[in-house]
Unconditional design. Structure first.
Ligand SMILES: Cc1cc2nc3c(=O)[nH]c(=O)nc-3n(C[C@H](O)[C@H](O)[C@H](O)COP(=O)(O)O)c2cc1C
Length: 171
């Protein structure tokens, strides 16, 4: 059985709640949850499979606990690891910055040698700009959750994405 490290930062609890839903759906796997506010770079070393959750705050900024860890994050060796990302944002309130932080986190993981799975179609979302898009603009670089505008879609999105990453993680 593979052990998955699930790292998240959350200012008001939404990302933490989604992290718990993901953990609960990954029954049959061992999932260890880590609040990014309480980790070091060594915390990542023991996992071949990672799930990283980040909300965007303050017009395209990374969430504050991720922000405090950001410099150290740039020294984490993600090579040989499969990484799935999920991001929370508000597509109407911050339409020009939707999920930007997930895009910035994706860039760091790629720069540090990680392989990313769990890309997610943009269909069903309305926004102007996002730094969390793939090059062709057809997908987000991870699961997109909007608890502000589309909370009724969260459960079905999380369920579909967890099934997808279970497949893509290829345990
Ligand atoms: C002051 C403020 C700024 C925000 N800025 C953005 C933003 O730039 N882009 C975005 O997609 N969402 C933005 N959001 C929405 C949050 O990402 C969203 O509410 C998220 O669910 C919060 O997650 P958390 O409770 O885990 O911190 C903002 C929310 C607030 C209150």
């Amino acid at each position: 059985m593979a052990t998955i490290g699930l790292f998240y930062g959350s200012s008001l609890g939404n990302t933490e709640t989604v992290a718990e839903k993901i953990r609960d759906l990954l029954e049959g796997h061992s999932v260890e949850m880590h609040d990014i506010a309480a980790v070091t770079k060594d915390s990542f070393a023991e996992y071949d499979y990672l799930i990283l959750g980040i909300p965007t705050w303050d017009y395209g900024q990374i969430q504050s606990d991720w922000g405090e860890f950001w410099q150290e994050l740039g020294t984490v060796d993600f090579s040989g690891k499969l990484v799935a990302l999920f991001g929370l944002g508000d597509q109407f309130g911050y339409a020009d910055y939707f999920l930007d932080a997930m895009g910035m986190l994706h860039d760091v993981v790629i720069e540090q040698g990680g392989a990313v799975v769990g890309y997610w179609p943009i269909k069903g979302y309305e926004f102007e700009e996002s730094k969390a898009l793939t090059e062709d603009g057809k997908e987000f670089v991870g699961l997109a959750i909007d608890e502000d505008q589309q909370p009724e879609l969260t459960d079905e999105r999380v369920e579909a994405w967890v099934a997808q990453i279970e497949d893509e993680f290829d345990f």
